[in-house]
Design a protein around this ligand. Structure first.
Ligand code: KG4
Ligand code: ZN
Length: 342
């Protein structure tokens, strides 16, 4: 069994080869930062075209790095959704065409399932069941994970995702796309934190999030006074601290409510070092184990898709070789591992 994973849901072209016994044989990423930078955000049509240009050579390169050829592959997994339709279709078409030509199984994987299983690629992987905090550019969710494909949504954002709060505040601070990591860097330059930044929805029961008010608070603060370097850093640090505190408060609550003993934190925002620090502190405090993917597998990548696809294909799950993508796809609608997809 040797699975090729393809990720093209947004602005990163990711490919990887995963082997159940030998682990990850290779993984490569092509970032589209240069394609979108001048526009201040992802331009969907440009994203699709760049995936189209990059994907085939990236796969060839990845197979070479794994010291295998196409005919050694026993299955292909690709991100079928959620994501940008055009971008998803590039990965879906490539995966289905290759699988059809090689006469091997193909399967469309849920992007967030890829994220939440990413820590399985680390040396001390989490055991089921666990609590997952998914924090990316489009999602903020708390999920009880019983097994692969057995997901119970406990809470989610009612408006902006955590990544959006980072990205939009970064833009208002004059930082270029992609804003999240740049805002995190700027935050390191401030010694102070503005205590007035809110920790939204933490003063009432429940596990839902809302980051739009916090983002607006940051944007209003930016407009109040001229932006000196130290004010920019102060605002960045205060926003980051407010997001980190909010996530930590909700995770603590969810761990207590569910009694789960492991917390998986995944998705692009889990690369943030302050958020990692705050959530790691819950471990000794609550007697739970905290798992993060390595930094390069926090953001979008092919390895998580190859891994998730491998678990399902290994269990006999695959789809007809039909180009299939689902730009909107709630995680709760993902099928359990034993069911054939289409
Ligand atoms: O998972 P991901 O790569 O793509 C989506 O599925 O959305 O997440 C991207 C998000 C963006 O909002 C980006 O700004 C944010 O993750 N991000 C960060 C950091 N690295 C990436 N946010 C805060 N601090 C970081 N270090
Ligand atoms: Zn993602």
């Amino acid at each position: 069994m040797c699975i090729l994973g393809i990720e093209t849901s947004c602005d990163d072209t990711g490919v990887a080869v995963y082997h159940p016994e030998r682990g990850l044989l290779s993984h490569l990423l092509h970032s589209q930062i240069r394609v979108h930078r001048d526009y201040g955000g992802v331009v969907p049509e440009l994203a699709s075209r760049d995936h189209l240009r990059q994907l085939t050579p990236l796969i060839e390169h990845c197979l070479k790095q794994a010291s295998i050829t196409k005919t050694d592959l026993t299955g292909i997994a690709y991100t079928a959704g959620p994501g940008l339709m055009g971008a998803l279709l590039v990965g879906a078409a490539e995966a289905v065409a290759m699988a059809w030509a090689l006469d091997i199984p193909v399967l469309g994987v849920h992007h967030l399932e890829g994220h939440l299983l990413a820590p399985m690629l680390e040396p001390d992987p989490p055991q089921f069941p666990f609590l997952a905090l998914l924090i990316s550019g489009g999602h903020t969710q708390l999920v009880a994970v019983n097994a692969i494909g057995d997901y119970r949504l406990l809470g989610e954002t009612l408006d902006d995702a955590a990544g959006e709060a980072f990205d939009k505040t970064a833009k208002a601070l004059g930082l270029s796309y992609p804003g999240g990591p740049k805002l995190a860097k700027l935050a390191d330059a401030s010694d102070a934190i503005d205590p007035n930044f809110p920790r939204p929805m933490t003063d009432r029961p429940g596990l839902d999030f809302s980051f739009s008010g916090l983002k607006t608070f940051a944007l209003n603060t930016i407009q109040k006074e001229p932006l000196t370097d130290s004010r920019r850093a102060l605002i960045a640090r205060s926003l980051q601290e407010a997001v980190a505190d909010t996530l930590a408060i909700k995770c603590r609550r969810a761990l207590k409510q569910t009694g789960l003993k492991s917390l998986v934190v995944a998705g692009g925002v889990s690369a943030n070092h302050r958020i990692r620090e705050k959530l790691s502190a819950l471990g000794p405090d609550l007697g739970v184990k905290i798992h993060f993917p390595r930094l390069e597998f926090c953001t979008d990548n092919g390895a998580m898709i190859a891994y998730a696809g491998c678990q399902r294909i290994q269990a006999g799950q695959f789809q007809e070789p039909i180009i299939f993508a689902r730009p909107r796809w709630p995680l709760a609608e993902v099928v359990p591992i034993t069911t054939k997809t289409r």
